[in-house]
Design a protein around this ligand. Structure first.
Ligand SMILES: CC(C)(COP(=O)([O-])OP(=O)([O-])OC[C@H]1O[C@@H](n2cnc3c(N)ncnc32)[C@H](O)[C@@H]1OP(=O)([O-])[O-])[C@@H](O)C(=O)NCCC(=O)NCCSC(=O)C[C@@](C)(O)CC(=O)[O-]
Length: 298
């Protein structure tokens, strides 16, 4: 079986991971997490989100996070931007990349960003144009690829269609999100096979939540198909505020351990990564969601 020789990890712990936390997390803690992750070798990190703070209070301090970064050369510090207001704030804060986030589910789109899928595309267009003018790369997300917390089953054709629309608009990469972690490898294979008819496989990333314990198996299936970009969250932090019951993203430590076993290059120091996860878990007063971190720490 052939896999990509090299994988890029997109670390989403500081955004997707922390956005759902009920307890306040100060800017210094977020910065410490981001700096530790970069020190561990992460080169692509979602550092925050410029959304309505009434909707996602935990991301309210994102401008301060961006302003406080000790930026390292070669590291991408990205932010979610659902509309022009978010984009302008991200630009002012110095985000090196932004992400627009759509969905393959109408109901999820309404709950998450307060508009239909078609309306979301209309809102994204000026963001794309402004980003192109400012030379800021734009990543695109498609949520609910394998199921929706409100509608259940989602058409694979819809996933491929939304992915194609975002790619066609100018997103350099499309991240396929199994927001509630219901996918299994056979389903994920079908989704990727259909989507790669519309978006080249090297432009696809996978973003799997581990709610049903399927994330690593699904990533393995994606690797077999040639996907080489994986979103993950240190210590398996996270969940989506608009997807009841969604647990964290797959833990970065567990992905790195699996990549090590497969001999796939990723550039991350597992010990330092585990340390970063331990620090944030201690701060949050909870145990790690990474099986590898738990095993390595006895
Ligand atoms: C998208 C909006 C803003 C639309 O919200 P809206 O209510 O439709 O926006 P609006 O344009 O009608 O404005 C209403 C109010 O929101 C404010 N507003 C408008 N835009 C912004 C902005 N950018 N930043 C700050 N404030 C903003 C605006 O200023 C106004 O304030 P008011 O006059 O009432 O005081 C809202 O629905 C929202 O903030 N939603 C939160 C979405 C979110 O962050 N979800 C979690 C991330 S997505 C995710 O986790 C999934 C993913 C990506 O990880 C992949 C996966 O797992 O599947």
């Amino acid at each position: 079986m052939s896999y990509p020789q090299k994988v890029r990890i997109v670390e989403v712990g500081a955004r997707d991971g922390l956005q759902n936390e009920k307890q306040p997390i100060n800017v210094a803690t977020k910065l410490s997490l981001i700096h530790q992750l970069v020190d561990a070798g992460i080169v692509h990190i979602e550092a925050g989100s410029f959304v309505n703070p009434k909707w996602v209070p935990q991301m309210a301090g994102s401008a301060d996070v961006f302003n406080g970064l000790q930026r390292q050369r070669g590291v991408t510090y990205s932010a979610l931007t659902p509309n022009m207001k978010g984009f302008e704030a991200a630009l002012a804060a110095g985000a090196s990349e932004v992400a627009i986030f759509g969905a393959a589910s109408e109901s999820f789109s309404q709950k998450n960003i307060n508009c239909s899928i078609a309306e979301s595309i209309v809102r994204f267009k000026p963001v794309m144009e402004a980003a192109q003018k400012a030379n800021i790369p734009v990543r695109g997300y498609v949520s609910c690829i394998a199921g929706c917390p409100y509608e259940g089953d989602i058409s694979i054709d819809k996933v491929a269609e939304v992915a194609h629309t975002l790619f066609d608009m100018g997103c350099y990469e499309i991240s396929l999100g199994d927001t509630i972690g219901v996918g299994t490898p056979a389903v994920i294979r079908r989704i990727i096979a259909a989507t790669q008819q519309q978006v080249p496989i090297e432009k696809l990333a996978v973003h799997f939540h581990d709610t049903y314990g399927q994330a690593l198996a699904n990533i393995y299936a994606a690797l077999e198909l040639g996907v080489s970009v994986i979103d993950s969250s240190v210590a398996g932090l996270g969940g989506c505020p608009y997807a009841q019951g969604a647990s964290g993203n797959v833990a970065t430590e567990d992905v790195v351990y699996m990549l090590n076993g497969l001999g796939i290059d990723h550039g991350i120091d597992l010990d330092k990564l585990i340390q970063a996860g331990t620090s944030i878990c201690q701060h949050l007063g909870r145990s790690s969601g990474s099986k590898v971190a738990i095993a390595c720490q006895g």
